[in-house]
Design a protein around this ligand. Structure first.
Ligand SMILES: C[S@@+](CC[C@H](N)C(=O)[O-])C[C@H]1O[C@@H](n2cnc3c(N)ncnc32)[C@H](O)[C@@H]1O
Length: 233
């Protein structure tokens, strides 16, 4: 992540996807003027692009070190809700034989809400920006494919690893992907995501471990690594 260079649009998206990057002033302005002005104006024009680039890169390196024990050469990875893809770019750089399929939205809500979104209407990404950032990092075209959640057909593949940081079951119910994940994983695959209800998933997986805990955040979520759907009994 050393050479990551954001333009203003990339920095804005990074901030919308990782609200912890917002300065105290931005958070205050969001409280006073509301979500619309924050999402449309302040998050774009009142940011320090260089600072966000640096802090986002550091965050992604931290995420990479948490995911590292699950990475091996030659894996097929599915990333659900990658945002601008800082973590996935790092994985593809370090594991050049690994292939990543991205499923994401290409849509930025007018007033982004960061809570549980029952109807999964919220989006805060632009797929052309995700692709630009991947290309800027000189990742080969055959290492990745990008699917628009609202348009594309999901691939019939088998993935060794599924990663969904602060997306699946954090902002929207896992049920929209559940059957797809059953079809596209096997008993050795791992599915890693953040959730506030880790115990619920003991009903569905034989193995589950907590690999990260967010105690100081509003959501107080846990990141879980799940393996072996109970369907294999
Ligand atoms: C809080 S951001 C997290 C981004 C990134 N994983 C990270 O950790 O920085 C949540 C992401 O999920 C995406 N998203 C929302 N609904 C989705 C869906 N149904 N499928 C895939 N991605 C979705 C949003 O567009 C957004 O980029």
């Amino acid at each position: 992540m050393k050479n990551l260079k954001f333009n203003r649009e990339m920095a804005q998206l990074a901030l919308l996807q990782r609200i912890e990057l917002a300065s105290p002033l931005l958070k205050k302005l969001r409280k006073i003027f509301g979500r619309y002005f924050f999402s449309k104006v302040f998050s774009k024009y009142l940011i320090d692009v260089e600072k966000i680039t640096k802090e986002y890169s550091r965050l992604m390196m931290d995420e990479f070190s948490i995911i590292l024990p699950f990475l091996k050469p030659n894996q097929k990875i599915l990333s659900i809700g990658s945002g601008i893809g800082g973590l996935e770019i790092e994985i593809m750089k370090k594991f050049s034989s690994t292939k990543i399929t991205f499923i994401e939205k290409s849509y930025i809500s007018n007033k982004i809400k960061y809570g549980w979104d029952e109807s999964n209407n919220e989006g805060y990404n632009k797929l052309s920006i995700l692709e630009d950032l991947i290309k800027m990092n000189r990742i080969s075209k055959d290492q990745y494919s990008i699917i628009d959640y609202d348009k594309g057909k999901f691939p019939d593949d088998t993935f060794d690893l599924v990663i969904s940081l602060y997306s699946l079951d954090y902002h929207y119910d896992i049920s929209i992907y559940f059957e797809y994940l059953k079809k596209t994983t096997n008993e050795n695959s791992y599915i890693i995501f953040d959730t506030i209800r880790p115990n619920y998933f003991e009903n569905f997986f034989k193995n589950l471990s907590i690999i990260k805990e967010d105690i100081d955040t509003v959501h107080k979520s846990k990141r879980i690594a799940c393996n072996n759907f109970k369907k294999y009994d």
